[in-house]
Design a protein around this ligand. Structure first.
Ligand code: ATP
Length: 713
């Protein structure tokens, strides 16, 4: 703003009312001013006296000595030093005076403002404005070009120099047609039509501009034209980029919508940027303005701290809304800058994928099976392949059994309960290629009074209640086949004699029948008792013993062939997987170590039962120590000092005291299982991994019955 203080004349004449005309004239002589300010005693403005007033006084008879007081004009136009030029000009015009006195902020005279001061002020103001304008035009981002009425270039700012590649000096005063043909049409149209024309899009080199053409007028007549060009090259590029970003965003949205998997994207601070329908479905959310909300607020259960910190989290199975989900979380980076996160949750096809993998595993195991079958066929497989072993002793027994199978000799298989006696007997029968059946009789399980009829059958009407048409005995059923006499040590002496006769003569009579029948039966007997000892004690016929002990296969207990444990376990887990419809991969080393330390009194049957029980528990893929029964886990926990019995047991034949402690242990175990099963012996035998008859024997042997009853009171 132009203030009056900057333009007023400060070198003024100041006098007192006591001065004479001569003093004033004298002062006027030394100043170019036409008025003098008269101040009072306190230097405040009292009035003014003008040259004209003095002339008039002298003409009317005043002399040079006349005091000036009567000629002082007291009504003076004043203005404040900070008033602007326009204001002071208006006051002077209103009051029709040629001068105004300018007072400072305290009311003292600062100067005098004459008409010429005002003109000077306005001229200066005009000059300032023109400079501002040209600076503005010069530094505008937009291109400004103007021509005069002769179409010569008058204005050409810096932006114009840049875009046209010309300098101001080159083009000023030159014809616009010659130098700037791109603008000449627009500018000349304005000159002709004396008004603006519609903005138009023009290309200048690599640039695209929007050009506005406006008339420049003076005194209401157009005497020039101006073009203002706005460079939109970058804007166009940005618009294009924006368009492609929009398309990309649209494509992303489309892809997300098509995805079967739940997807959520966030920015670097965890605010949601994208979310698909599958995600909403999984989290049971409604799509109500989730975008731009923070994940913690919307889905706190989906932990995103780690991925927001830049970590990739892959393949975690989590349960989300009670559904098992496979979660992959990845940070989104560009040129090393972390932009946000993307989380993908596979939840819909998980079961299908699992089925595919399961099927794959099944196929693999089938291939494995057929490969083994093929190998077995190539190796001239035998029924003994079902007897799993890598133990030298057992392998030798298998070879002996295979040889024995080819003959008709009677075979005696001895070994503890669960060592595989029946398995051997069956394999021998199959390898013997005998055309008849494999018939098994458990001598311990049949009540004494029924034994004879079971073996030899009876004729019709043989006794009261006898079946019509009689009954076939096991010998007849096993004709041309094999009769497996399990637990032969439990056969009463009376029957032993009859059996001996059949073995010797291959003939017998049904009970109540006179007809002698001939049969061709191969006998395999098995026992876990010491028959030789029984012979000594007179509880087993010596002649029968020698008759059946032609080929003797003595099966070692499992604890004496622990090298078979892992192979057997692997085989049994596979077998049980099929039976129980499970997919357990195997047994961990720790669990196997614990199992290695256990005595396995029930041998392979116990091992099979333990595994079956374990696999029925909440085992996922691997059998681990904690899944094993307490008695086996105890072994895992115990240190070497607590295991001498077992270690000695494995290395040597048990000494008297050790076998005693083994028996104690066995007794204790049977008692605790009976208690656990509330005296249910079938279940107890199953848990112990021994046959029922074996359990009965042991109960008798240890006199457990009473103790358990007593204990249970
Ligand atoms: N070497 C082995 N390979 C595979 N399975 C075996 C082996 N030994 C035993 N088994 C399995 O262990 C279980 C018990 O075997 P088996 O019935 O032949 O024993 P056992 O000696 O006849 O027993 P018991 O005297 O109590 O009648 C069966 O399921 C059998 O298939």
């Amino acid at each position: 703003m132009l203030r009056i203080r900057d333009y007023c004349t400060k070198d003024i004449v100041k006098l007192r009312s006591s001065h004479r005309i001569a003093d004033v004239l004298n002062a006027f002589l030394h100043s170019r001013l036409d008025i003098a300010c008269i101040l009072d005693d306190s230097d405040r403005l009292m009035g003014i006296i003008s040259k004209n007033a003095l002339y008039r006084a002298l003409l009317h008879g005043a002399t040079l000595d006349t005091p000036i007081e009567p000629y002082i004009r007291q009504h003076v136009v004043t203005a404040d030093a900070d008033d602007n030029l326009d204001h002071v000009r208006d006051i002077m015009l209103q009051n029709q005076v040629a001068h105004g006195v300018i007072l400072d902020e305290k009311g003292y005279v600062l100067g005098v403002m004459s008409k010429s001061d005002i003109i000077r002020g306005f001229l200066h103001e005009k000059e300032v404005l023109i400079n501002w304008l040209s600076d503005l035009i010069e530094h505008l981002q937009d291109v400004v070009v103007s021509i005069n009425s002769e179409s010569q270039i008058a204005t050409f700012n810096r932006a114009a120099e840049n875009i046209f590649g010309l300098t101001k000096q080159q083009v000023t005063g030159q014809s616009v047609d010659d130098w700037l043909p791109q603008l000449s049409d627009g500018l000349e149209t304005v000159l002709q039509q004396q008004c603006s024309v519609d903005p138009r899009r023009i290309s200048i080199g690599n640039h695209t501009v929007i050009a506005s053409f406006i008339p420049l007028s003076h005194n209401k007549s157009v005497n020039g034209a101006m073009a203002v060009l706005q460079d939109i090259t970058t804007l166009e590029a940005v618009a294009k980029e924006l368009e492609s970003t929009k398309n990309l965003q649209h494509t992303v949205q489309h892809a997300l919508a098509l995805s079967y998997d739940a997807i959520i994207m966030t920015d670097v601070k965890g605010f949601i940027t994208n979310i698909n329908d599958a995600f909403l479905e999984l989290f049971e959310l409604k799509n109500e303005a989730l975008i731009n909300r923070h994940w913690l607020e919307v889905i706190p259960e989906l932990d995103m701290e780690a991925v927001l910190a830049g970590q990739t989290i892959e393949g975690g199975i989590r349960t989300i809304r009670e559904k098992p989900c496979f979660v992959i979380q990845e940070p989104i980076n560009r040129n090393g800058i972390h932009l946000g996160t993307i989380t993908k949750i596979i939840f819909r096809q998980l079961d299908e994928w699992r089925d595919v993998f399961r099927r794959l595993e099944q196929l693999e195991s089938e291939i494995h099976y057929y490969r083994e079958e093929l190998q077995r066929a190539n190796r001239q497989s035998s029924a003994f392949d079902q007897i799993i072993s890598q133990n030298n002793n057992l392998e030798r027994l298998k070879e002996q059994a295979l040889l024995a199978a080819k003959s008709t000799s009677t075979i005696l298989i001895t070994g503890e309960s669960g060592t595989g006696k029946e398995l051997f007997a069956e394999a021998i029968h199959r390898e013997s290629k005998r055309v008849g059946n494999f018939i098994q009789v458990n001598c311990a399980a049949i009540p004494g009074e029924l034994l004879e009829s079971e073996f030899f059958g009876y004729a019709e009407g043989a006794f009261t209640g006898a079946r019509k048409g009689g009954k076939l005995g096991k010998f007849e059923i096993a004709d041309h086949g094999t009769l497996f006499l399990d637990e032969i040590g439990d056969m009463p002496l009376s029957l032993q004699a009859k059996l001996l006769r059949v073995l010797q003569e291959q003939t017998f009579e049904r009970i109540g029948d006179v007809k002698t029948r001939k049969v061709d039966v191969r006998i395999i007997a098995a026992t876990n008792k010491n028959l030789r000892q029984m012979v000594k004690e007179g509880t087993f016929r010596e002649d029968l013993y020698y008759r059946i002990d032609v080929v003797n296969l003595s099966l070692p207990p499992l604890r004496e062939r622990m090298d078979d444990l892992s192979l057997l376990s692997e085989f049994l887990v596979k077998k049980l997987n099929k039976k129980l419809n499970k997919e357990i991969i195997g047994i961990t080393t720790q669990a196997l170590m614990a199992m290695q330390e256990y005595l396995w009194p029930g041998n392979v049957r116990e091992l099979e039962n333990v595994l079956e029980r374990t696999m029925n528990m909440d085992v996922k893929q691997w059998i681990e120590p904690q899944h094993l029964p307490e008695q086996i886990r105890q072994r895992e926990r115990s240190d070497a000092a607590t295991l001498p019995v077992y270690i000695h047991e494995r290395e040597d034949r048990p000494k008297e005291s050790e076998s005693h402690s083994l028996e104690e242990m066995e007794k204790h175990m049977i008692m605790s299982v009976l208690e656990q099963t509330q005296n249910n012996r079938t279940e107890a035998a199953r848990l112990l991994g021994i046959s029922r008859s074996n359990l009965y024997q042991k109960i008798r042997k240890y006199g457990i019955k009473q103790e358990v009853r007593f204990h249970m009171k």
